[in-house]
Design a protein around this ligand. Structure first.
Ligand code: IMP
Length: 204
């Protein structure tokens, strides 16, 4: 069975393939948008991660006739009532400008004490089949915000975020200091995608 991952993000594609392989699911080929005939991608104008993930997954299933998975993700900061949330990619106004987004968030949080710097990465994954069956799962990765960037790996808000696991271990590395394997094993996206494994398994 072919499963379309409706994302242009090569890292997400590798993550889903790795999770499917690791789970030992036989007979599943993960396809990227570049593997299928181009279609007009929908506007992600939902109010929630779930809305946006479903918008993307429904469009993929409709246009390709394939089982389609899509993810929508971001960081939710407790002190900011869960924002940037769905606006994470365009928090500073322009889409995908990681540096500007990080600088703005650090500025907004500049005077917030350590005790109130809790945050979580959230990933919501939607799986939609061509017959219209829909599944939505959520992965959360709790932690806290730093006061300055730390680390060179990863992307987005990774340099500002210390996962709870790192505090518990006393190592206090940011998500941008973890290897890709370490991050995938515990990240919000890894946790969400892992919940899709039994669903994919049941469709093969
Ligand atoms: P999207 O779901 O690919 O549109 O990502 C939304 C935005 O959330 C990204 O642009 C990042 O700013 C942020 N984000 C999502 N996942 C991560 C992550 O694993 N690390 C850092 N930032 C992330």
């Amino acid at each position: 069975m072919q499963v379309l991952l409706a994302s242009n993000n090569a890292k997400k594609l590798r993550e889903l393939q790795a999770i499917v392989d690791h789970a030992g699911i036989q007979g599943v080929e993960v396809l990227a948008l570049s593997d299928v005939p181009a279609y007009e991608e929908p506007v992600e104008d939902g109010r929630t991660f779930s809305d946006n993930a479903l918008i993307k997954a429904r469009a993929g299933a409709k246009h390709t006739g394939l089982v389609t998975v899509a993810d929508d993700s971001g960081i939710a900061v407790e002190e900011l009532n869960g924002m940037p949330g769905v606006l994470s990619a365009r928090w500073s106004g322009s889409h995908g400008n990681d540096q500007a987004n990080n600088e703005l968030l650090l500025g907004q949080m500049a005077h917030v004490p350590a005790i109130r710097r809790g945050a979580a990465f959230i990933s919501v994954c939607a799986l939609v089949t061509p017959d219209g069956t829909e599944h939505v799962v959520e992965g959360r990765w709790p932690g806290r915000l730093l006061t300055a960037p730390q680390g060179e790996h990863g992307f987005g808000y990774d340099p500002l975020f210390v996962p709870a696991e790192e505090d518990a271990a006393g190592t206090k590395r940011s998500a941008a200091e973890l290897s890709p394997e370490e991050k995938n094993a515990i990240s919000h996206r890894g946790r969400a995608l892992a919940q899709l494994v039994p669903i994919i398994q049941s469709l093969v």
